[in-house]
Design a protein around this ligand. Structure first.
Ligand SMILES: Cc1cc2nc3c(=O)[nH]c(=O)nc-3n(C[C@H](O)[C@H](O)[C@H](O)COP(=O)(O)O)c2cc1C
Length: 219
């Protein structure tokens, strides 16, 4: 295919970012408050999946992978998501104990970027969240060997049908042993607001010893 066959003029695609300002005066006191504030704003603006974040991990050889997950909790301990503990991402996390996650709020010309060490959330916390999931999602978590190759769609459908039968008389489906939450305990949290002429605002909360310090980065 020659280059003219592509519909998009990629080099010409650009937006001038003029929606907002983030400065030392408007930044919240803590990274938690700032992240909650921007999540609330993204939700109020009806952005699709405002709590979606792109999770980056690396394998023991340092080869990176990224994928989207849903943030299901934020407090001053960190940022929580749920997944399969035998998935590729969990293998990476078990091996390296380090992750980063980026919330891409393009419509608001914003992103937030969290980096830190990971830990599994407690079984009680996982159980509380599990109980809030629809039954169909619970059954899916039992049926899917996430990240593993499967022969075809029908293999998945029959795995789901088997699980459905297995739990047909069970009102409360238990948490699968291979499923639960990870918490990223941030060491840095960066808030990025797009500005005119690519002179964006980048404010970073960085953990230094026991103290959080704020600094501005060049765009
Ligand atoms: C909007 C969106 C939300 C997602 N949320 C989750 C999630 O919360 N947990 C999860 O395990 N996978 C989620 N996924 C699927 C992951 O992106 C990924 O395909 C899956 O977790 C397997 O990743 P891995 O093989 O790198 O471990 C989501 C995908 C999208 C597009």
């Amino acid at each position: 295919m020659s280059q003219t066959d592509t519909a998009l003029e990629l080099p010409a695609m650009r937006v001038s970012y003029e929606e907002g300002v983030l400065d030392e005066g408007s930044l919240e006191r803590t990274w938690v408050e700032q992240l909650q504030h921007w999540l609330d704003a993204a939700s109020r603006a009806s952005l699709p999946e405002p709590n979606a974040m792109v999770l980056a991990t690396a394998d023991p050889e340092g080869r990176p992978s990224s994928r989207t997950v849903l943030c299901k909790g934020i407090d001053d301990r960190g940022v929580v998501f749920y997944t399969n503990y035998t998935s590729s991402k969990s293998h990476d996390l078990i091996a390296t104990r380090f992750a980063s996650a980026t919330f891409p709020w393009f419509a608001m010309q914003r992103q937030a970027h969290v980096r830190g060490v990971v830990e599994k959330v407690s079984q009680q916390e996982t159980a509380a969240y599990w109980a809030s999931r629809p039954r169909g999602s619970q059954l899916g978590a039992w049926a899917s060997p996430q990240s593993r190759a499967v022969a075809g769609r029908s293999t998945l459908e029959s795995a789901l049908a088997n699980i459905n039968r297995q739990f047909a008389d069970t009102e409360r489906i238990p948490v699968p042993p291979h499923w639960g939450g990870w918490r990223i305990r941030p060491q840095t949290v960066e808030f990025w607001q797009g500005r005119r002429d690519r002179m964006h605002d980048r404010m970073v909360f960085a953990l230094t010893g026991d103290d959080w310090r704020v600094r501005r980065l060049a765009p």
